[in-house]
Structures are given as C-alpha cells and as structure tokens.
Design a protein around this ligand. Structure first.
Ligand SMILES: NC(=O)c1ccc[n+]([C@@H]2O[C@H](COP(=O)([O-])OP(=O)(O)OC[C@H]3O[C@@H](n4cnc5c(N)ncnc54)[C@H](OP(=O)(O)O)[C@@H]3O)[C@@H](O)[C@H]2O)c1
Length: 249
C-alpha cells in the first residue's frame, strides 16, 4: 500500500491560531476535553485561555503572538513542540473582521485583512507542513473560513475575498499533499462573538429569518466538525463543510 493510501492518524498535538476567545477558545476547550494537547496563541492571552493553560500545564502551551509576525509564529511553534511534542494538526482560526463598504475601506485596512486572514494562515500552514514533511510525519489542517466566501454580504468584501482564498487553498493543498495530510475547511454561518458584534439587531434578525433551523450558528455546533476533521478516520479531504443551518441554501 502506498504511503498516501494509509489513513492519516488522528491529530494528537494541535496548534490553534486565535485561540483566546470566540470560536477559537471553544475549539481549544473541546480538544483538551478530547485528550488532545493544544498550542494556542492570539495577540492577547485572555484570562479564559490562561486559566486553561494553568489547569493543564503538561497539555497546553499558550503565548501572545501576532499571526502576521513570521518570526514570532516560528518561535511559538518551536517552543510548543519542545513542550508538547510534534504538532500534527493545525487550525487556522485567527482572523479579523470588517465592517465597511468597499468604497469606504482604506488601503491599510484591506492590507491588514488580507495579511491576517489569507497571507498569515498560508505561511503558518507552510511552516507546519514543512516541519511535518521534513520529519516524515503526517497531519491534518483545518481552515476556519466563512459562509461569506460563498454568499455575498455588504460590508465584508475584503473579508469575503480572504475566506474564498482560503477555501481555494484548501482544495489545492489537499491535492498537492497527495493524501499524506488531510486538508479541509469549516465555513460557519454567523455566530455571536466579538467579530460579529458589529452586526445590528435587524441584520441578525434577517439572518435568523433566512435560516431554516431558526437560530444563529453557535460555536458549540461548529466545534464537533473541527474535531471530527482532526480526529476521526474519514476520507474527507479538500472539502469546505458549511455549518449554517442551511441559511445559505
Ligand atoms: N463570528 C462570526 O459570525 C463568524 C462567521 C463565520 C466565520 N467566522 C470565522 O471564525 C473564526 C473565529 O471568529 P470569532 O468570531 O470567534 O472571532 P473573534 O471572537 O474576534 O476571535 C478572533 C481570534 O483571532 C485572534 N486574532 C485576530 N487577529 C490576530 C492576529 N493578528 N494574530 C493572532 N491572533 C489574532 C483574536 O485574538 P487577538 O485579537 O487578541 O489577537 C481572537 O483570538 C474566524 O476565522 C472568523 O473569520 C466567524
């Protein structure tokens, strides 16, 4: 049997970007509950994330890191591996939102959104995949994208472009890695968080009205899909799994 035909083992040490709050924190918590070791960073380590790390020092590594700082992400990965062992799973979750019509969005804001949501996760993925390949390891990548990549939303033009870029990268990387790693994306519908706090009550009501399941997506409804892609024995590869209650259908 060729190497690529052998199932990719479940991830046991997972790096989560943007694990300090919102969906990222929910993913970190869930993976720890599942017995996974987790390395998580964000620009600020929140008290919630610090508490998780204090409670399980042997299974959690956290530090303040800006995902756009390549030297810092590299140093974080090295320190995390020294503490927890080789990383064999990555969740590209860190991102910044947007709340501006395209015609009113400054160059600097477009650059920041693209740098954080597209360039940085591509570089973090390259860094981790290189290490895994160099050490003959196999692993899994999960990109958190968004329903905005597939459906239009005013005020989110640059953001949507980055998420569509990550969906496209997911497919091509899955092909490029030839089954040695599983690469997938999870595209949530809108859920309550600091990022979506810019949406007004009428926009949220409209999304709920358009959603057959009758409620906004909840982080705890996204988390099991991320865990499944990291841990379960499936042949899912190069896919974007939408979790939005069919709001976009
Ligand atoms: N909320 C929604 O409705 C929604 C819908 C679909 C998809 N998503 C996606 O779901 C993911 C999580 O979103 P969320 O709603 O949970 O957002 P959130 O509450 O704003 O959390 C974003 C996380 O990313 C971190 N982050 C942002 N910029 C960073 C940087 N430069 N370097 C390192 N970390 C950075 C934040 O920490 P710091 O700010 O401290 O760095 C935080 O931990 C994102 O990929 C988002 O695009 C969200």
């Amino acid at each position: 049997m060729s190497e690529s035909a052998v199932p990719v083992p479940p991830s046991t040490v997972v790096l989560v970007s943007g694990g300090s709050r919102g969906l990222g924190l929910a993913i970190v918590t869930d993976l720890l509950d599942a017995g996974v070791k987790v390395a998580a960073f964000a620009r600020t380590v929140t008290p919630d994330l610090a508490k998780l790390a204090e409670a399980r020092p042997d299974r959690v590594h956290v530090d303040p890191v800006d995902v756009t700082d390549r030297a810092a992400t590299q140093a974080f990965l090295r320190a995390a591996e020294e503490r927890l062992g080789p990383v064999d799973g990555v969740v590209n979750n860190a991102a910044v939102g947007q709340d501006s019509l395209h015609v009113h969005t400054a160059d600097a804001d477009i650059a920041r959104i693209v740098e954080t949501n597209l360039t940085a996760p591509l570089q973090l993925t390259r860094l981790t995949v290189r290490r895994m390949l160099a050490q003959g390891r196999r692993g899994r990548i999960v990109n958190v994208t968004s329903i905005c990549a597939q459906r239009g939303f005013p005020g989110l033009v640059a953001y949507s472009a980055t998420k569509g870029g990550m969906d496209a990268a997911t497919r091509s990387l899955a092909r490029e890695l030839g089954g040695r790693m599983l690469v997938n994306a999870v595209a949530p519908g809108f859920f309550a968080s600091e990022m979506s706090a810019v949406l007004g009550p009428s926009q949220l009501d409209q999304i709920v009205r358009r959603t057959p399941t009758g409620h906004l997506t909840e982080p705890h409804e996204v988390v099991p899909v991320v865990r499944m892609l990291l841990r379960d024995q499936t042949n899912i590869n190069g896919q974007v799994i939408v979790v939005d209650g069919a709001a976009s259908i």
